[in-house]
Ligand binder design. Structure first.
Ligand code: MG
Length: 373
């Protein structure tokens, strides 16, 4: 038994996915002397070009709006941190959880969901565009690391987890718990950090947030128990507690279920009446917060201007590349011969950072200023 297998045998729960259960990689590789398969995936993801570019891609707020708020990269790191906490406490495969979390948003185009919507529209005649599906394309076809084949050659489990994200609206059976933990950590994380960022950017006030029942409840709790610590901003206490409240509730719910369910294999998660996440009784409150975030933050007039500007740049670049594919970098020009120039143009735009997209726009449309930001 390898060192990894014996450690996992000692530590992991019966329903955790063991490294020895991996279906391997499309291009077979010998085992590594001291890293398990999912540690290798984690490392490949961190060393990929697409992962580094996440630092230049917006989560919700652009780089012009200050330097406090999250980028797509710091969001990803927060998700990985929370997902690992949850995975470790549930005695799941923490390496797999971490790899899945670091991978989950790697396919995001520039300008967040605004960029994604524009690309989906541009590519509507060619199967559209989804950042979740594009993560798989990046990992299998676009990243170049090995002489004999394209892609990162990730484990089938990491790719399968991302396939679940890419098709999550199609009612497939539940994925393994490691995938579920990342899914739960993602929404818990952005709910909390988007509140934090929006408060710092003064797009919303704490008083306005009180209309959200979950926030009102937490504020009441925080203000009564922390009144002596007035040097700590109320915002910090609210956000910390908002995160802790959701993660704590999700963990209590999961531990209670998993302690008594009698599962003996990771496969048992597939058809169970349980999914990792905040418990059903907390879900309406979480949805209430998400509705507020959507209406009052994500559709804030300041962000709508960013959205229009980004979409105009992406649409114009896309149509230009389609008409004049010679403007594309060589890799994507060659790729266009195989996947079609519309897809290759969309993919090239999708790999760009926010500033890379702006730069490409200004180079290709000199003198044309984009909509005011
Ligand atoms: Mg995410």
């Amino acid at each position: 038994m390898s060192q990894i297998d014996s450690r996992e045998a000692l530590w992991l729960a019966p329903y955790a996915f063991r490294s020895s259960m991996s279906a391997g990689r499309v291009h077979p590789e010998l085992p590594h002397p001291y890293r398990g398969p999912f540690q290798r995936d984690r490392d490949r993801i961190v060393h990929s070009s697409a992962f580094r570019r996440l630092s230049g891609k917006m989560q919700v707020f652009t780089g012009d709006m200050g330097d406090y708020h999250r980028t797509r990269l710091t969001h990803t790191m927060e998700v990985a941190s929370i997902a690992r906490t949850m995975g470790r406490a549930l005695r799941l495969n923490e390496d797999l959880v971490e790899a899945l979390a670091l991978f989950h948003d790697i396919g995001h185009p520039p300008f967040g969901h605004a960029g994604e919507d524009a690309l989906r529209d541009c590519l509507r005649g060619a199967n559209g565009f989804s950042h979740n599906a594009f993560a798989i394309t990046l990992a299998e076809e676009i990243e170049q690391r090995y002489p004999g084949f394209p892609g990162l050659n990730l484990s089938r489990e990491v790719l399968a987890g991302q396939h679940v994200r890419a098709g999550k609206k199609e009612g497939i059976p539940h994925p393994i718990l490691e995938v579920q933990v990342v899914e739960a950590a993602d929404s818990i994380t952005y709910n909390a950090h988007d509140v934090d960022d929006a408060l710092v950017l003064q797009l919303v006030t704490i008083d306005e947030l009180r209309e959200v029942p979950l926030i009102a409840q937490i504020l009441e709790e925080v203000q009564s128990s922390y009144s002596a610590a007035s040097h700590v901003p109320l915002r910090q206490m609210l956000v910390r507690r908002l995160l802790d409240h959701q993660v704590g509730a999700a963990m209590d719910y999961a531990i209670h279920y998993l302690d008594t369910c009698g599962w003996t294999s990771p496969e048992d998660a597939k058809h169970a009446d349980f999914v990792v996440g905040v418990p059903p009784e907390l879900l309406p409150m979480k949805r209430g917060l998400e509705k507020f975030l959507f209406q009052r933050i994500y559709r804030h007039p300041q962000l709508l201007r960013v959205r229009e500007n980004a979409q105009e740049q992406i649409r114009k670049l896309f149509h230009l590349y389609l008409q004049e594919p010679e403007r594309l970098p060589q890799f994507f020009r060659m790729r266009g011969e195989n996947v079609g120039f519309d897809r290759a143009a969309g993919e090239y735009i999708a790999v760009l950072t926010d500033s890379g997209c702006q730069q490409a726009y200004h180079e290709n449309f000199p003198g044309m200023s984009a909509v005011a930001r």
